[in-house]
Ligand binder design. Structure first.
Ligand code: B12
Length: 442
């Protein structure tokens, strides 16, 4: 039996043109979901993993598999449905899964034979068996998987055309940020994989750079932090020799031992969602966690950087409390905190989130011809009516923020600081240039 697993591209995220540029490998990420599905696929299935961000896909190079599985984040939906339609026209059954179709199941079923909701690690072999027997159900519900059963990904299936390899170590997130889809898919109960299986999987990764995709690698509870310390200790013992990046929360700064272990285990960069510069903003999006107990963010960032770890801050524009000048404010705050680099996105309501419910009720979602408009839910385009800023003004504020933060002077200043503090100056410079390039590319 032949299985064809596809990661659809979205032209406004990764332009097909970029496939041909030399640096594409630094702008794309491996589709971990499909690598995990491949990991639990019985060995009598022949798997082709197809990433549209790497290889152009057209009718000529389209094989004729027995089953097609497509992963769907919201902005991938229009393309995913298009691909699904073309295979089904040729009589090939199509199964869809991922964060978008878990919530928009009825929509997705118009384009596919089956939809898998939630985590598919356990249910996938059952789906394959049903496909083999030609008795696919319309909907499969994948409950949150017991952490002992979270599958290891097949890292051998994709070509070496990526700068970074992904791995997932924990699932679920306790925070209740209004805009985030993660708890819909993975729940609020954090689950940790057995450390032995993580180390084993890390050893199968060929790339030197690793992206740990967990929503929050270190978590917020005592048990989470204890797990993270044990994980880093085992990574050091196993001499993994990888450089890794991960999403965490600012409380990582509160534990010197944790920071020292992370750095020794290969942590080069952490990504923190600061989201907004104001208290009102944090309340609006349910992320007061960032300033809990009167936290001094600049000092916290500094403590992390002392361990030679770079800090990337992500921010949103388009909150109800955002007004003209917010772009410059974010750039200033980013500089004040001493962040090594930042990213500024448009506040975007993904279906099923609390943000979606609120804005939908208030009829403020302006890109609303679905499924076509899902393609605009990329975080780079305004898709809502913001209280005090027009769509054009939101983009202007993002532009101001980026040009302030990534001015040549500022990039050179940050690189010089990184040299003085002996914190990866080359990585700092390259990362700043990468962000600058991404921003200027649009
Ligand atoms: C890594 C990551 C990326 C990477 C790469 C994604 C990739 N292709 O693998 C990059 C940086 C490129 C990226 C980009 C984007 N991302 Co992103 N990303 C993530 C992140 C951090 C991890 C995703 C991951 O690998 N998870 C691990 C895998 C195993 O989980 P999974 O994908 O959910 O897969 C499981 C199930 O969903 C299901 N499943 C998934 N696909 C399929 C397919 C089939 C056939 C079946 C049966 C089952 C199935 O089974 C899997 C195993 O249980 C998540 C947040 C998080 N921590 O989960 C956000 C997340 C997935 N991203 C999100 C968003 C919004 C985006 C962007 C739109 C915006 C952005 N710039 O970040 C772009 C869109 C990219 C595009 N192609 O259009 C949202 C998705 C919301 C939504 N409704 O779709 C998330 C949930 C973040 C959030 N906080 O809300 N992302």
């Amino acid at each position: 039996m032949r299985l064809f697993l596809i990661n659809p591209h979205n032209a406004s995220v990764t332009s097909p043109v970029s496939r041909n540029i030399r640096w594409n490998r630094f702008f794309i990420a491996k589709p971990l979901s499909l690598m995990i599905l491949a990991g639990v696929t019985p060995s009598d299935w022949e798997i082709t993993l197809f990433d549209e961000n790497v290889t152009a896909y057209n009718d000529k190079n389209k094989p004729k598999p027995d089953l097609v599985g497509i992963t769907v984040m919201t902005p991938q939906a229009p393309r995913a449905y298009e691909i699904a339609r073309s295979f089904r026209e040729n009589g090939v059954p199509v199964v869809l899964g991922g964060s978008h179709v878990t919530v928009q199941t009825e929509e997705a079923l118009q384009y596919a034979d089956s939809v898998v909701q939630g985590e598919a690690d356990i249910i996938w072999p059952q789906v394959l068996e049903d496909a083999r027997r030609n008795v696919l159900k319309r909907i499969y519900v994948g409950d949150p998987v017991n952490p002992d059963n979270i599958a290891s990904a097949r890292h051998d299936l994709l070509p070496m055309k990526y700068a970074t390899a992904p791995i997932q170590i924990t699932r679920g997130c306790q925070l209740k940020c209004t805009y985030c889809s993660v708890s819909l898919l993975n729940g609020q109960n954090r689950r940790h994989r057995p450390i032995g299986s993580v180390i084993q999987e890390l050893k199968t990764i060929r790339e030197k750079n690793v992206l740990i995709v967990d929503e929050n690698l270190i978590g917020v509870s005592k048990e989470d932090i204890a797990y993270a310390k044990e994980l880093f200790t085992e990574m050091i013992k196993a001499n993994i020799r990888k450089t890794w990046r991960a999403w965490t929360t600012i409380n990582m700064a509160d534990d010197e031992e944790l920071l020292a272990l992370a750095a020794q285990a290969g942590c080069s960069t952490i990504i923190i969602g600061f989201e907004t510069t104001t208290r009102d903003g944090l309340i609006e999006i349910g992320k007061q966690f960032n300033t809990q107990n009167g936290r001094d963010i600049k000092a916290s960032v500094g403590r992390i950087q002392k361990h030679k770890i770079l800090v990337y801050g992500s921010f949103l524009i388009g909150l109800d409390c955002d007004r003209a000048g917010v772009g410059r404010q974010i750039a200033d705050v980013g500089n004040q905190y001493g962040l090594d680099f930042i990213g500024v996105s448009c506040l975007t309501p993904y279906p099923g989130t609390r943000l979606w419910e609120k804005l939908d009720l208030e009829k403020r979602i302006t890109a609303n011809t679905f499924p076509k408009d899902w393609g605009s839910f990329t975080l780079h385009l305004p898709v809502i009516r913001c209280k005090h800023l027009s769509a054009a003004e939101i983009q202007e504020e993002r532009k101001i923020c980026n040009s302030e933060f990534y001015s040549l002077n500022r990039i050179l200043y940050r690189t010089w600081l990184a040299v003085l503090q002996r914190r990866n100056p080359l990585l700092s410079l390259l990362s700043n240039l990468r962000c600058w390039f991404k921003f200027n590319r649009g």
